[in-house]
Design a protein. Structure first.
Length: 302
C-alpha cells in the first residue's frame, strides 16, 4: 500500500512540475528566433492540413469513380454469365454501397482521423441506426429472402398484398421496383413483400380466362353455346386443350348468365378477353340471341 502511495505521489509531482514549466515558458518573452519558429510551425501546420484536404478530395473523387467502375464490372460479369437478373441487381446495389463506405473511411483516415475513432463511431452509429431503422433492416433481410427463395424474378408480373400490380424491374437492397400497366414506377419495401401474400401472375405459362355473357330469358341456351364455342374455335389464341366450356352460371333477375371459360398462353390472356367479347357482341344477335336490359315486372292489385 505504501508503495502505491509513493508511485501516485511521484506521478502527481511530475505533472505539477510539467505544468509549472509550461507556465514559466508562456510567461517568458519570446526571442525573434522563437517567434520565427512559432510562425513557421503554425504555417507549416496549415500547409500540411491543406495538403491532407486536397489529397482527401482527390481520393474521394477517384475512389467514387473506381467504386462505380467496379460495380459496373461486377454487374457486366454477372450478366455475361447469364445469371438471374434479380441476383445481378441486388449484388450490384450491395457492392456499390460497400465500396462507397470503404472510400469514405479512407478519406477520413487521410485527413487525420484515427482508425480506432472511426471504428468506435461506426459501432455507435450502427447501434443507433439499427434501433432507429429496424424496419429498414427488415427490408434488407426481406431482399435476401426474395433473392434466395425466388417467389418472383425480374420481368414477372406480380400483385402485392396491398393490391399493387406491375412488372418487376429491379430487386434492390431495400426495395423492389415495379412498373404498373399505366407506366408508373412503384417502389415496394422488401420486408412486406417477403412476409406478405404475393400473386405471381406470370409464373404459369397457361392462364384460364372467364367471361360472363348475359342472354335474355326465353332465348335458346344451346344456340348461344354453339355460337360462343364457334367463336372460340376460330381464335388462334384459345387453346383447345383443355377445351373451352360454356355453362349456365346464374339465373339472374333479368338475364340468364352464361360462364365462358377457356385457356390461353399468359401473354394472350388479357387481349383475348376484349376481342372475344366484341366478336360475341356482333355474332349472338345474328342468331336471335338478345342481350337483356334490366327490367322489373310490377303487379297492381285493386
Amino acid at each position: 500500500m505504501d508503495n502505491v502511495n509513493e508511485i501516485v505521489t511521484a506521478d502527481l509531482q511530475n505533472k505539477l512540475q510539467h505544468v509549472a514549466e509550461v507556465q514559466q515558458n508562456l510567461g517568458q518573452p519570446k526571442t525573434p528566433e522563437q517567434w520565427h519558429d512559432l510562425v513557421q510551425s503554425f504555417f507549416g501546420g496549415i500547409v500540411d492540413f491543406g495538403l491532407k484536404i486536397i489529397a482527401a478530395i482527390a481520393i474521394l473523387m477517384v475512389g467514387m469513380w473506381i467504386a462505380k467502375r467496379v460495380t459496373n464490372s461486377v454487374k457486366f460479369g454477372m450478366e455475361k454469365r447469364k445469371l438471374d437478373q434479380s441476383l445481378v441487381s441486388f449484388t450490384a446495389s450491395f457492392v456499390n454501397i460497400l465500396l462507397r463506405i470503404f472510400v469514405i473511411i479512407i478519406v477520413l483516415t487521410t485527413v487525420g482521423v484515427q482508425m480506432t475513432s472511426i471504428v468506435a463511431v461506426l459501432g455507435a452509429a450502427a447501434l443507433a441506426v439499427g434501433m432507429a431503422l429496424s424496419g429498414t433492416l427488415q427490408n434488407f433481410a426481406g431482399g435476401i429472402i426474395i433473392l434466395f427463395l425466388k417467389p418472383f424474378k425480374v420481368g414477372d408480373v406480380i400483385q402485392t398484398e396491398s393490391g399493387r400490380t406491375g412488372t418487376v424491374k429491379k430487386i434492390m437492397m431495400f426495395t423492389t421496383e415495379l412498373h404498373t400497366f399505366d407506366n408508373q414506377a412503384v417502389f415496394v419495401p422488401n420486408g412486406p413483400l417477403a412476409n406478405g401474400e404475393i400473386i405471381n401472375l406470370s409464373d404459369r405459362k397457361k392462364r384460364r380466362a372467364e367471361l360472363n355473357i348475359s342472354i335474355a330469358y326465353g332465348d335458346d341456351v344451346d344456340v348461344a353455346r354453339r355460337v360462343i364455342l364457334g367463336v372460340l374455335a376460330k381464335d388462334e389464341r384459345v387453346l383447345q386443350d383443355p377445351a373451352p366450356v360454356v355453362f349456365v352460371a346464374e339465373l339472374a333477375d333479368s338475364a340468364v348468365v352464361l360462364s365462358v371459360r377457356y385457356w390461353t398462353k399468359y401473354d394472350d390472356n388479357f387481349d383475348s378477353q376484349g376481342d372475344i367479347r366484341e366478336v360475341l357482341y356482333k355474332e349472338l344477335p345474328r342468331k336471335k340471341i338478345h342481350f337483356p336490359f334490366p327490367q322489373m315486372d310490377v303487379h297492381v292489385q285493386k
